[in-house]
Write a protein that binds this ligand. Sequence first.
Ligand SMILES: [Zn+2]
Length: 257
Amino acid sequence: MMVSHSRETRSLRRPPKWPRSKHLTELAQRPYKNRILAALPQSELSHLASHLTPVALRPQETLLDGKANYGYFVEDGVASVIASVADGDTVEVGVIGIDGIVGLPILLGAGTGPGRTFVQIAGSGYRIPAAVLKEEFERPSELRQLLQRYIQGFLVQSAQSAACNRLHGIEARLSYWLLACHDRMESDALHLTHEVLGLMLGSPRTTVTLAAGLLQRAGLISYSRGVLTVTNRAELESAACECYGIVRKEFRRLKLL
Ligand SMILES: [Zn+2]
C-alpha cells in the first residue's frame, strides 16, 4: 500500500516548469552578475524580477533560431551568434555573456531574424518572455537605456567580426575569440572543444587544432580534456588582432564589460 500511495502522490505532482538544480536555487538568491541587470535601479529591478525565470544554459542548446519566444540575460557561460550558408558552413558574428542579452530581434520589434544563437559555454541565466521584454523595452526607463547601449556594442562587435573574418589570420582570430569569451567568464578555464572552435571561426577542425597548438606551445593557453585554460592573458592579447582592442574599448566605454 505504501508503494502505491507514493506512486499516486508522485503522479499528482505537477512537473517542474524548468529544471531546478542547486545551482539555479543559488542563482535566484544572489546579486545579479549580468551587467544590465546589475546596473538597474532597485525600483526597476523589483518589477522586472517577477518576470525572470532562472534557467540552466546547456551546451549546444539553441536559444534563438527564427522566432524569438524568450530573451535571455546571461549570468554565466557564453552564447554565440552564428551565420550560416546553404552548404552548412558557419561563422560566428558575435558572443554574448554577462555583458548582454540574447534576443535583439525582440527589442527591435522584428520578432524573428536569420542566424542562430546557441550556448557555446554552458552556464546559467534568466529567461524573460518576449512579449514582456518588448513591453519593458518600449517604456522609457533605465533598462531601455542599458539595452540600447548593448545594441550599440553588439553592432560594433558584429561589424568588426565581419572585417576580422575577411582580413585576419586564424591564429589572431582564435586569440581574439578566446579573449572575447574570457572577458565574459569569471574563470580562466573555458569548456571548449576544437570542433566548437572550428564552428566559431569558420575553419576546418585541423586548422584550428594547428593554431591552438601554436598558442599552447607558446604558453598562452593549455588544453586538456575539452577544457581550454588561458594561462598568459597578456601574451594572448599580443597574439590577437586589433579587432579585440577595438571591440573591447567600445564595450568598456558603454560600461558593459
Ligand atoms: Zn581581427
